[in-house]
Design a protein around this ligand. Sequence first.
Ligand code: NAP
Length: 214
Amino acid sequence: MKVFVVGANGQIGQHLVRLLSESKEHSVRAMIRKEEQAKAFEQWGAETVVANLEGSVEGIMEAANGCEAIVFTAGSGGHTGADKTILVDLDGAVKTIEAAEQLGIMRFIMVSSIHANKREKWSNAIKPYHAAKYYADKALIASRLNYTIVRPGALVNEPGTGKVSAGEELARGEISREDVAATIAAALNEEHIFKRGFDLVSGETPITDALKSI
Ligand code: NAP
């Protein structure tokens, strides 16, 4: 499957592009924001395309055209204000969903955030971020796409272990970005998690078994 990765130059994004490029099952088109970011992807032989989530739906469609799945792992980051959270994490995600629907790219994996689906659990410090994730996920749930919403706990940069805990409602925890990327790659063809979401934290279960247990 040819996978369009939005947020490919990010930390999860780069792990994911590498894993998909190495896999026999998938190929990848990495969406980046600046031409000079393309160099990092040459080592994996990954295709790149320049587009911006603050641009038009048509711009995203042009970039994604010909792909068979989309992974959204972009985010404005904690260093920006709530304005960028709305424009990138919310509107950028909704524009990507609209682009997928218009292009008929049915498989869509969204990187959300643990407990973003439960208002009462939103953290006071990052409420606008959780609200952005909540409404982006809601737009995806309302779409006709075969979505899976992955809700990771706090991201860390430890090397992946290949073992996680995945379930519809888990306690807050941490997870390595490399394990999030490996879970996304393994989830692409898992039809039993189409139109569903799950929390993801570090754990003791091999990724493929953890996905099967959801
Ligand atoms: P990251 O390293 O900050 O990567 C985010 C990517 O989004 C970057 O590559 C960035 O591009 C891209 N981006 C930002 N604005 C954009 C725009 N306007 N158009 C196109 N791309 C844009 O993030 P990460 O650590 O890999 O996290 C990935 C996802 O996990 C995010 O959705 C985040 O909300 C979610 N998440 C984070 C946590 C956490 O603990 N931090 C927990 C749960 C979920 P540039 O490289 O050009 O800057």
